[in-house]
Design a protein around this ligand. Structure first.
Ligand code: FAD
Length: 456
């Protein structure tokens, strides 16, 4: 009779506990609520959605829809609970958050193989398989314990992150590949500004609308908000770490501040003019395949609509597709590429598995999907097997690959079409919708084959 402890009854923890229990495993599920709440959690129920109530798109030819299809095939119970709690939201799956949490809580509490323990866990007992799914707001003694196990004094956390765009949406008539002073490979893509373009961009950026700065604003649709404990009350008055200053704050300091900072044009020549640009934005590859780029130095707390409007003024980004907008908030996550095996356990402590946002899978459904993947990996271990990760042309497999590929600038990543390998040129529809559908169909076939072959 197998036994597993799961820490955290959030999205990942509940999904994992339910799946393992369905396999006959005796699960102890530890949850700190209601004796202790993070700054964002408010209710005693499980699988609490702390911000938006949207679980995003359902269409198969969208990244979130594809992820859901893969979850369904893994037997997701959270998706079933979401169906029960669904509210009308066009093509998206949105839920009544209380009904959703109640449906998940009921499933967990009614499950004979799950024992719920309401306590704040401070230590990790690695004498048997244990799953840590305590989310992005993990702190205190448990965070210190994870830090000790992973060799990180403090777990990664960031204050502001830059947006990410897809490579295929850039205008290569304007954007050029080069490193400053031709040093090394042409590692960066460059977006050159002339003086007039820069001045218009600066004016728009300095006056753009920022997201509200009071933390964990319950109703905020925007997603994550900054943590007041980390940095005080107002972004322009707080001390921000070097290299972490939101770009709009830098812009507000003066017309040329950015030109002497991340937008400096030195060491670059625009092949279209033969001259040094007036200012220059650099894009750095976010993945090995170079299908995604992040806008270097553009950590931001602008509202998402404003990011789209203002950052699309950067030459070459006029039609850029944003797969992630910049956000400011506290976010505890592992340095996954260094410490995590593709089986979602610590390379140095193989009994300690992780799931959810703390691994770098970003988003509600991504976290739940990660719970399913970790549960399968644990069960395979209990059966004396090692589960190969899903193929890289599936959404789950691409996310695992992203997590476990060396990356000095590792940041959490949500489902997006940009991380899937492109179709071969000869079978690549020009129409984006058809192309995404073809990529999704390839993913589903590949995922099903993985499920059949791994036969858990
Ligand atoms: P959680 O859902 O946070 O679950 C972790 C559980 O572990 C909680 O119930 C917690 O009480 C418990 N726990 C923590 N520590 C302990 C301990 N020591 N002992 C016992 N139990 C413990 N994603 C979106 O898709 N849309 C959004 O709108 C969105 N908004 C977000 C807003 C904020 C402020 C943050 C921080 C993140 C947001 N995310 C959003 C990202 C992410 O999807 C959610 O954080 C998601 O809830 C992560 O799921 P999880 O299962 O990893 O963790």
């Amino acid at each position: 009779n197998y036994k597993v402890t799961v820490l955290g009854a959030g999205l990942a923890g509940c999904e994992a506990a339910l799946w393992l229990a369905g396999k006959g495993v005796q699960v102890t599920l530890c949850e700190q609520k209601p004796t202790h709440f993070s700054p964002a959690h408010k209710s005693a129920g499980f699988a609490e959605l702390i911000c938006s109530n949207s679980l995003k798109a359902e269409r198969l030819d969208s990244a979130s829809g594809l992820l859901k299809e893969e979850m369904r095939r893994m037997g997701s119970q959270l998706l079933e609970a979401a169906e029960e709690a669904r509210v009308a939201a066009g093509g998206a799956l949105a839920v009544d958050r209380d009904a959703f949490s109640a449906a998940v809580t009921r499933r967990v509490e009614e499950c004979p193989n799950i024992t719920v323990v309401r306590e704040q866990v401070e230590h990790i007992d690695e004498s048997a398989p244990i799953l840590v799914a305590t989310g992005p707001l993990t702190d205190g003694a448990l965070a210190d314990e994870i830090g000790r196990l992973t060799g990180d004094e403090r777990l990664h956390f960031y204050d502001a992150v830059a947006p990410i765009v897809t490579a295929e949406s850039l205008d290569y008539n304007k954007v050029f590949a080069a490193s400053r002073y031709d040093r090394g490979e042409a590692d960066y893509l460059n977006c050159p500004f002339n003086k007039a373009e820069y001045e218009a961009f600066h004016a728009a950026l300095a006056s753009a609308e920022r997201a509200p700065l009071h933390a964990f604003d319950a109703g905020a649709e925007q997603g994550a908000q900054p943590d007041p404990d980390a940095h005080g009350k107002k972004a322009d008055t707080v001390t921000v770490y070097e290299g972490c200053m939101p770009i709009e704050i830098m812009a507000a300091r003066g017309a040329d501040t950015m030109r002497f900072g991340p937008l400096r044009p030195v060491g670059l020549v625009d092949p279209n003019t033969g001259h040094r640009p007036w200012a220059n934005v650099q894009l750095r590859a976010e993945n090995k395949e170079r299908t995604l780029y992040n806008i270097v130095g553009f950590q931001t707390n602008l509202k998402w609509g404003e990011q789209k409007r203002v950052f699309s003024m950067i030459p070459g980004l006029e039609n850029a597709e944003f797969v992630r907008y910049g956000v400011m908030h506290r976010n505890t996550f592992l340095d996954a590429p260094r410490v995590l095996d593709a089986g979602l356990f610590l390379k140095e402590h193989p009994n300690v598995f992780f799931a959810g946002q703390i691994t770098g899978f970003e988003g509600y459904m991504e976290s739940a999907a990660c719970g399913l993947l970790a549960a399968r990996s644990i069960y395979a271990r209990l059966e004396g097997r090692q589960l190969p990760p899903p193929p890289v042309d599936t959404m789950c497999g691409a996310l695992i690959q992203y997590l476990t590929t060396e990356n000095k600038h590792f940041q959490p990543m949500g489902a997006n079409m940009g991380i899937l390998p492109p179709l071969p040129a000869e079978s690549r529809p020009r129409d984006k919708r058809l192309r995404y559908m073809a990529v999704a169909e390839r993913a589903v076939a590949s995922f099903q084959q993985w499920l059949n072959e791994t036969a858990l």
